[in-house]
Design a protein. Structure first.
Length: 65
């Protein structure tokens, strides 16, 4: 189940990556819902999205410990 939530979160983040504000809101939701080891995997995924869309960089603030 938890793995499914991570995959679902990645799908949503991919779909909203065109809008930095929406993306940040979804990142905040993910931080509340995912387990710590899943957040590490999510960080890697978000880094790859940031390479394609640099304006999403502002959302990394929510992933800091």
């Amino acid at each position: 189940m938890a793995r499914a939530m991570l995959e679902y979160t990645k799908t949503i983040l991919n779909k909203v990556s065109f809008d930095a504000n929406l993306f940040c809101k979804e990142v905040q939701k993910a931080v509340e819902r995912l387990l710590p080891y899943e957040l590490e995997e999510l960080k890697v995924f978000i880094q790859s999205l940031i390479q394609q869309n640099p304006e999403l960089n502002q959302c990394l603030v929510y992933l800091k410990p």
